[in-house]
Ligand binder design. Structure first.
Ligand SMILES: [Zn+2]
Length: 234
C-alpha cells in the first residue's frame, strides 16, 4: 500500500536524524520545545498562521486515489517543518500516527466543546493530557500519511462526532477567545473539563484514522450521489 510505503520512508528519515524510531514508536518525531507565538485576539488565524487553503472539506476527487471521497477537513499549504499552532485554549487528547492522517495531534477545546485534529505532521511538540493555549506550537508541518506533499490537514468535530466546517470554526475563533475572557466562558470551560473522560497520556498509533464515517457513506456504497451535508460549504 502506498500509505505504508510513505510511512516507511518517513520512518527511515526519522532514523537518519534521530537515535531510535520504529513504525509504531514516533518518539523520534517528538520536538518538545515549548514555543508560543502571541496571537492577537481579533485576528483570524489558521493552524499555520495565515495560510492558503489548498483543499476544502466535503466531497471531492481524492488527489491520491483519484476516486470520489469525503474530505473530513480543510487542507492548508505549508512548507516542511512550518510551525503548526493551536488556535484556541484546550487539552491535548491524542497524539500519534493515525492512518491516512499520518502523525496527528488532537486537541479538545472545552469551550466551545469541539475537537480539532491536525494531521500529516512531520513532528509533534505536545503530549496527551497537556494543557495548551492559543498560539502554542503543537507540531510541525509534514507529509506523513496519505498525502501528495507537505500540507496541514485540519478537522473539526463536535461532541457527537459530527464534522464541523473547519473554516467556519476558524472564522469564529476570535469570538470564542472573547467569550473565554468572560466569567460565563470560564464557567463553561471548567464545567466541560470536569465532564471529560480520563485521557490516556500514552501515544496512540493506529492504522486507521479513527474518524466517524461521513453521513453520505451508506449512499455511496449503493452507488448514489449524495450532496454535501448542510454544514459544509460548496
Ligand atoms: Zn486533508
Amino acid at each position: 500500500m502506498l500509505s505504508s510505503k510513505l510511512k516507511c520512508l518517513t520512518v527511515l528519515a526519522a532514523l537518519m536524524t534521530c537515535t531510535a524510531a520504529s513504525a509504531y514508536n514516533f518518539k523520534g518525531y517528538y520536538a518538545p520545545a515549548v514555543l508560543v507565538s502571541p496571537m492577537r485576539d481579533d485576528i483570524q488565524y489558521t493552524p499555520v498562521g495565515m495560510g492558503v487553503i489548498t483543499s476544502k472539506a466535503g466531497y471531492r476527487v481524492h488527489p491520491v486515489t483519484g476516486r470520489g471521497d469525503f474530505h473530513s477537513g480543510v487542507d492548508l499549504g505549508a512548507k516542511l517543518n512550518d510551525r503548526v499552532y493551536c488556535l484556541l485554549d484546550g487539552i491535548v487528547t491524542r497524539v500519534g500516527w493515525r492512518g491516512n492522517l499520518g502523525v496527528a495531534v488532537e486537541v479538545y477545546h472545552p469551550y466551545p466543546n469541539l475537537r480539532t485534529i491536525t494531521g500529516h505532521l512531520n513532528a509533534y511538540s505536545v503530549m496527551p493530557g497537556m494543557r495548551v493555549q492559543r498560539g502554542r506550537v503543537i507540531g510541525y508541518a509534514g507529509s506523513t500519511g496519505r498525502s501528495t506533499g507537505v500540507h496541514v490537514h485540519y478537522t473539526v468535530m463536535n461532541e457527537s462526532g459530527e464534522y464541523v466546517e473547519p473554516m467556519q470554526f476558524i472564522r469564529q475563533v476570535p469570538q470564542y477567545v472573547m467569550a473565554l475572557r468572560t466569567f460565563q466562558g470560564q464557567l463553561a470551560m471548567t464545567h466541560n473539563i470536569k465532564k471529560m473522560p480520563k485521557i490516556d497520556t500514552k501515544l496512540i498509533d493506529s492504522e486507521s484514522e479513527d474518524l466517524p464515517p461521513s453521513k453520505g457513506d451508506c449512499g455511496e456504497k449503493k452507488g448514489e450521489e449524495k450532496p454535501p451535508s448542510a454544514s459544509i460549504e460548496p
